[in-house]
Write a protein that binds this ligand. Structure first.
Ligand code: Z7Z
Length: 365
């Protein structure tokens, strides 16, 4: 445990503790926010999320509704469509030549093509999804320049994120409409429905964009593992989880101690924020053999890249399906993928994010 004096935060970095803290939700709560800001004392930039900034029993109903809508059986229908879209996208990109920016052309393009449709969003303002997510994930960190740069856009985008959640603007058949239907059935209240839709828009885009980027970067730098995926495309989901373990697209989040708790021999006082370093836990040599290696062999399950416990990522099956569709489409068509320039990172307070991933590919014969 490390005390970060500047913010008076206790930070956990070992896998055992980063795993245990969110499981112990009675002592480490989410209701005061899962960023650095403590909602008990600080003004916040948007209404708290019903799923994220909440504890039982409040979060139970919204989470149950979303869990069902995003569960594997409910996604089966999307799987066919998403595989086809991924194949079309990869064909289009490859037709333009062997060098391209895999961040823009694939990692960013694919989720933006499939996810807003799956939610049932109208065509307007889809370009706002990534800037909104960028602001939301910066907001979990300190009020540094990354936050201040976008301060004048935050209110507008926050209002926008609620706007598409009105009934008229959601497709009949998407996740959004099913959230509405849950409200009609009384599973959640009508007031809760738009905020649950907002959770999809906040947590569902940047996370997958940078998660897919992590996987593409991993393969572009590990030709032997790419070969392995090409031989066994059914490894795509495991490969994605291994990339999430290896690079931890979500690097950090917080809880608040609701009692005096001792962790690793150190007293954490009630009301103190604790910071969990997911990226560190995911490479803890006490938990993983050879943790710095990206390797499709060992089982990556147990990584904390999707969080842990009752708040564990409710959209993880959606993310895995996106990854499976994109990686298998690419593996069938591309024999080699390698870096063709220096990858560029985009700085964000929470996400390990990307700005460019120049690659060169050799098409399969
Ligand atoms: O519900 C929400 O608005 C929401 C926002 C962000 C839910 C989850 C997240 C999130 C995702 C937070 C990954 C940290 C890491």
């Amino acid at each position: 445990m490390v005390h970060l004096a500047r913010y008076d935060v206790h930070a956990l970095a070992r896998h055992a503790q980063v795993h245990a803290a969110p499981v112990d939700w009675q002592n480490f709560r989410s209701g005061a926010g899962v960023g650095l800001a403590n909602f008990r004392h600080e003004k916040i930039w948007r209404l708290p999320s019903l799923l994220l900034d909440a504890d039982p029993p409040g979060q139970d109903a919204p989470r149950r509704v979303l869990r069902e809508i995003l569960a594997p059986p409910a996604l089966r229908r999307l799987s066919t469509v998403w595989h086809t879209v991924a194949e079309d996208l990869v064909d289009t990109v490859l037709a333009k030549g062997p060098r391209f920016d895999a961040f823009t052309a694939l990692a960013k393009a694919f989720p933006l093509r499939v996810f807003p449709d799956a939610v049932g969003l109208g065509p307007e303002n889809r370009d706002d999804l990534l800037p909104y997510g960028n602001i939301a994930f910066n907001a979990f960190g300190p009020r540094n320049d990354l936050v201040l740069t976008d301060a004048d856009r935050a209110a507008g985008l926050s209002a926008w994120a609620n706007a598409p959640c009105v009934r008229e603007s959601l497709d009949k058949d998407g996740f959004g409409a099913r959230i509405r239907a849950a409200a009609d059935r009384g599973d959640i209240t009508p007031e809760q429905a738009p905020l649950v839709v907002r959770s999809l828009l906040t947590a569902g885009v940047d996370t997958t964009v940078h998660g897919l980027s992590a996987a593409l970067y991993a393969f572009a730098t590990h030709p032997d593992q790419w070969q392995r995926l090409r031989e066994r495309p059914e490894l795509a989901r495991v490969a994605f989880d291994e990339a999430v373990r290896w690079l931890s697209p979500v690097q950090t989040f917080f809880r608040t101690a609701t009692a005096d708790v001792t962790v690793a021999g150190t007293l954490i006082k009630e009301g103190t924020k604790i910071l969990m370093f997911l990226g560190s836990a995911n490479r803890d040599p006490e938990r993983w053999h050879d943790p710095d290696r990206f390797d499709l062999g060992p089982d990556p399950s147990g990584h904390v890249g999707f969080g842990m416990g009752i708040h564990q990522c409710v959209g993880q099956h959606v993310a895995r399906l996106e990854a499976e569709a994109l990686l298998t489409a690419l593996a069938r068509r591309v024999e080699r993928i390698e870096l063709a320039g220096r990858p560029e990172r985009h700085l964000n307070n929470t996400l390990r994010s990307w700005a460019a991933l120049p690659v060169r590919v050799r098409r399969a014969g």
